[in-house]
Design a binder for this molecule. Structure first.
Ligand SMILES: [Zn+2]
Length: 140
């Protein structure tokens, strides 16, 4: 992985469920999917069959732009294996352009320089077994 600061972050295998398999498969292709409720027109994440707002099952997968901004972030300085080698690293809520907030990592060589409201874009880190990828973000 050549993304700044990402080489150290482990990308453990994921275990998709029927509700999340499309999300992980798209990430493996470098695409970020979110779900949209056709009844209340809300985008949401993480994926689930029913809209978390109005409980409608009239939902659909939508490809997100992969662009967003940092809503909140913190720097993790101590962590056990396998993340120990990756410290310091950034855990953040990123608010996607479409609206949902994702709990994720922002990969950067300079965690102290990040700020709330900063623009970020999705990057995709292949899982260890090569089957899927984990969406993360980097400063634009
Ligand atoms: Zn809804």
């Amino acid at each position: 992985m050549s993304d700044a600061g990402a080489g150290d972050l482990p990308s453990p295998d994921v275990s998709p469920t029927p509700e999340t398999e499309k999300y992980w498969a798209a990430a493996a292709e470098g695409r970020l999917l979110v779900m949209r409720c056709a009844d209340c027109d809300r985008f949401y994440h993480p994926p689930r069959a029913r809209c978390p707002d109005c409980l409608s099952e009239n939902t659909e997968w939508t490809e997100a732009s992969g662009e967003g901004e940092i809503y909140a972030h913190s720097v993790t300085r101590q962590m056990g294996p396998p993340y120990h080698e990756a410290t310091p690293y950034v855990v953040a809520y990123v608010e996607l352009e479409e609206g949902p907030r994702m709990l994720t990592n922002v990969v950067t060589d300079d965690p102290e320089a990040l700020s709330v409201g900063q623009s970020v874009e999705a990057v995709f880190h292949e899982t260890e077994d090569g089957e899927y990828a984990i969406p993360r973000f980097r400063p634009v």
